[in-house]
Design a binder for this molecule. Structure first.
Ligand code: PMP
Length: 443
């Protein structure tokens, strides 16, 4: 601020932010390289070499096989699948890669109708609407659900798509402490007493937005307590299940099933298909009236090209496998494996002395690195040993809360997990991030 002689501070801050972002993205040694295969449990990462003559890093067409601990391919459907892949290929031949039309202008195929019925039934709501991208589902639908005069109360660690949707809605946005129902109650009580800004009229509508599993924390939402608070203050609930639908619950139906919550208690259920279903796109599931309203008013439905038919077919097929409607028990096996794999990996990491965030049953497990200077070394040393990890750091997290975020898949074998643990343990010693091994200080 003191050097802001020409009023350029906001631009300078933007540039600074850009550099910090670049440093952290470059530190992701593996994932800033192109990947030359499906996001399966093993991936082909394009190699790079340092060209001494021109002092620069170069890419080659050679690839190395790496164990993939970074993808959201929770149930392993993103790789070739005996049931899903032939059907997706068939739909590609029948419907082509794109509808080349919006949903309302000739872009609704029989697959789209089937998909919406299938999703509504799967998540346990009367109706559903599907869009071409998960990010857009949040960012375009929140502004249609709530406008000026409304209040959004959002978990402090909600995903950027929610933050964008909330900001774009024109509603007042307040944030409550991450996953803390008592603070949600405090904010609700305070805001209800205050009413709308200036006019002090009561809020037209209040929506509380939470996630099923927090993508940077690996934590399960305290949904039963949050629902209780919302009911008490007559606020609507909006649940983003991007990381939980398909990944947790006895039949893969997400946190509601896992935590014993009745889906009737959630007003708006949102989720993405880019994780457990190995596809892309997003959905909103709610009452018939809400979905009908959204289909008439949401720009992502009215003005965006419909989800690609093969992507839609992939989702329908993967849901059938999850539900055992393909005539096999593969779905049940996948659900059992992701749970077993996640719980095994989490407890082994903890035993090794790593500080791991999140809850048991969650396939997302951030290993705390804290110090930003440890990021490049951790990522590079893992990659050297053919293990690809995703690093999450500023601005996605506070500066001193950098972490390596492991995502476990049902398609990881026990052998894969043992190799990953061996490598992470070795790198953890090398970089010095086994923080829980330190002896407690004697007074
Ligand atoms: N919501 C959450 C919680 C997410 O983590 C993400 C992306 N990982 C999205 C929405 C956006 O989904 P998509 O990547 O499928 O567009």
């Amino acid at each position: 601020d003191t050097n802001n002689l020409h009023g350029y501070a906001p631009i300078c801050l933007g540039i600074e932010d850009f550099y910090v972002r670049r440093v952290y993205l470059r530190a992701q040694d593996c994932f800033n390289r192109p990947i030359a295969s499906a996001p399966d449990s093993w991936i082909d990462v394009v190699d790079r070499y340092y060209d001494d003559t021109i002092k620069t890093l170069k890419r080659t067409t050679n690839t190395s096989k790496c164990l993939n601990l970074g993808s959201y391919n929770y149930l392993g459907f993103a790789a070739s699948d005996e049931y899903c892949t032939p059907r997706a290929v068939e739909s590609l031949k029948k419907f082509s890669p794109s509808t080349c039309s919006t949903r309302v202008d000739g872009g609704t195929t029989t697959l789209h109708v089937e998909l919406e019925d299938c999703v509504a039934k799967f998540v346990g709501k009367p109706a559903a609407m599907v869009t071409g991208m998960g990010y857009v589902t949040n960012s375009a639908i929140l502004p249609v659900l709530i406008r000026k005069g409304g209040l959004i109360i959002s978990d402090s660690l909600n995903h950027n798509s929610i933050v964008n949707g909330a900001r774009g809605s024109g509603a007042v946005v307040r944030v409550f402490e991450h996953n803390t129902p008592s603070h949600l109650e405090e904010v609700l009580r305070e805001q209800i007493a205050l009413g709308q800004p200036r006019t002090r009229r009561p809020w037209k509508k209040i929506i509380v937005v939470v996630e099923g599993i927090y993508s940077m924390e690996g934590e399960l939402c305290k949904l039963p307590e949050i629902i209780q608070v919302c009911k008490k203050y007559r606020a609507y609930t909006y649940l983003d299940e991007a990381h939980s639908i398909g990944a947790v619950g006895k039949s893969g139906r997400g946190v509601c099933e896992l935590l014993g919550v009745d889906t009737a208690d959630i007003d708006i259920m949102m989720g993405t298909f880019s994780k457990s279903f190995g596809s892309c796109g997003g959905y909103i599931a709610a009452s018939k009236e809400v979905i009908e309203y959204l289909k008439f008013s949401c720009p992502a439905h009215l003005y965006a090209t419909a989800i690609s038919p093969p992507a839609a077919q992939q989702i329908i097929s993967s849901i059938r496998v999850i539900l055992g409607e393909d005539g096999s028990s593969r779905g049940a096996q996948k659900l059992a494996s992701i749970r077993e794999n996640s719980n095994f990996f989490r407890s082994e990491l903890q035993k090794m002395g790593f500080e791991v965030l999140g809850d048991f049953d969650s396939p997302v497990m951030p290993i705390m690195l804290y110090n930003p200077s440890k990021i490049p070394a951790f990522s590079r040393e893992c990659l050297k040993r053919n293990v690809a990890v995703v690093i999450v750091a500023f601005p996605a997290t506070p500066l001193l809360l950098a972490r390596a975020r492991i995502c476990i898949s049902a398609s990881h074998t026990r052998e894969d997990l043992l190799k990953a643990l061996e490598v992470i343990s070795e790198v953890g010693d090398l970089v010095g991030v086994k923080y829980l091994l330190a002896e407690p200080k004697k007074r």
